[in-house]
Design a binder for this molecule. Structure first.
Ligand code: FAQ
Length: 330
């Protein structure tokens, strides 16, 4: 199984023969689908890769609140406002479970946050695109949460126990998010011609950025081979992107909307849709900080961190006082 993986990805992942006894025993546990738990031995690269991936994932959930938070005060009905509020709160919760999972690897939430704020850590490229109309709330739920679930359902089987367990609850909530998004955009697509136009415009703007969420094509993915050998990732970026396209195109057809890809067509032989790749130079540019909203997103997170300092200091002072009292009484 492991040997097959190394061959399939053609990577420079260490072969079993080149591993130390400890590394080999670890890899064999992974191959047997055993979960790795926080206090157990793990290769340093495994720990670092998990911190990077879980940390970035957590940051994405937190930064991901901003595009939708933008519309809470302008939701068209009380019901839509309540749903959107609940969804955005859920994303905060996802961030917190994931920070907790990352903390079990020996990094603190404060350290992770500082790495986000000074640009050493990334968050998902998708959140650097603006949400211009109410229809974008439907498109984000439908496409962005849809892409997130496609990636996260397999991660429930990832090899690191705390990450896999966090994903179980997150996936349940993401599924509600996807459905509320689809319902919101369906309402627009079935509405007046102006509303349908807004829904189409949202699909036009979010289609390719959603495809980018799965990461660069397999030939440009730096981490996939090793991450798959360690079962930190369960599928390649291209596999998940294809699954997402296959699932989403019939949903767009049902809505009477057009996916903005003239080359999109069902390929009978492959049993999949053929589709155009996103503009990868745009993706790498967004990663470098040059997307439409990168500056605003980081400014908003930095402001929240600075404005919240007095709360963190107050909580810390309270905790220290409580622990000093406890020690004095002992
Ligand atoms: N954005 O070698 P690979 C959500 C970077 S949650 C930014 O293929 P990897 C919920 C990558 O870090 C969405 N950077 O990397 C929600 C690496 O750079 P590095 C987040 C990206 O890690 C919905 C470089 O490119 N989900 O949306 C992106 O093996 C609605 C090379 O790439 C997760 O994080 C990108 N899209 O595969 C919230 C899921 N793609 O670090 C609110 C867990 C790649 O060496 C509202 N993560 N890069 O400097 C994963 O599955 C993986 O990390 C991938 C990337 C698939 C994202």
């Amino acid at each position: 199984m492991y040997a097959q993986m190394v061959k399939a990805t053609g990577s420079d992942v260490k072969s079993l023969e080149d591993m130390t006894d400890e590394e080999r025993a670890f890899q064999e546990r992974i191959d047997r689908d055993e979960k790795i738990e926080p206090k157990e031995w793990m290769p340093e690269g495994y720990r670092k890769t998990l911190i990077r991936q879980i940390g970035q994932h957590a940051h994405s959930e937190i930064v991901g609140q901003l595009p939708e938070g933008n519309w809470i005060t302008r939701a068209p009905t009380l019901e839509r406002k309540a749903i959107l509020l609940a969804k955005v709160q859920d994303e905060a919760g996802h961030g917190l479970y994931l920070y907790c999972a990352a903390e079990t690897l020996g990094v603190s939430r404060d350290e992770l946050t500082e790495m986000l704020l000074d640009g050493r850590m990334k968050y998902s490229s998708i959140f650097n695109y603006p949400t211009l109309t109410w229809a974008d709330m439907g498109a984000v739920g439908w496409l962005v949460d849809g892409a997130a679930i496609m990636n996260q359902v397999p991660l429930q089987r990832t090899s690191y126990g705390p990450y896999a367990r966090a994903m179980v609850r997150i996936c349940k909530e993401e599924s509600f998010h996807q459905r509320q998004g689809y319902d919101a955009i369906r309402k627009m697509a079935e509405g007046t011609p102006a509303q349908k136009k807004m829904a189409q415009d949202a699909l036009n703007r979010f289609w390719y950025p959603s495809l980018m969420m799965f990461g660069p094509s397999d030939k440009d993915s730096v981490h996939s081979a090793q991450s798959m050998a360690w079962k930190i990732k369960m599928n390649t970026n291209d596999e998940l992107r294809q699954k997402f396209v296959d699932q989403t195109v019939p949903q767009a057809e049902y809505l009477g909307l057009t996916v903005p890809d003239p080359d999109l067509k069902w390929n009978e032989d492959r049993g999949h849709y053929d589709f155009s790749q996103p503009d990868w130079s745009e993706f790498f540019d967004v990663l470098k900080g040059n997307g439409p909203c990168n500056v605003d997103r980081l400014a908003a997170r930095n402001k929240a961190w600075d404005d919240g300092r007095w709360v963190r200091d107050g909580l810390m002072a309270h905790a220290q006082k409580k622990s000093a009292r406890k020690h004095a009484a002992e």
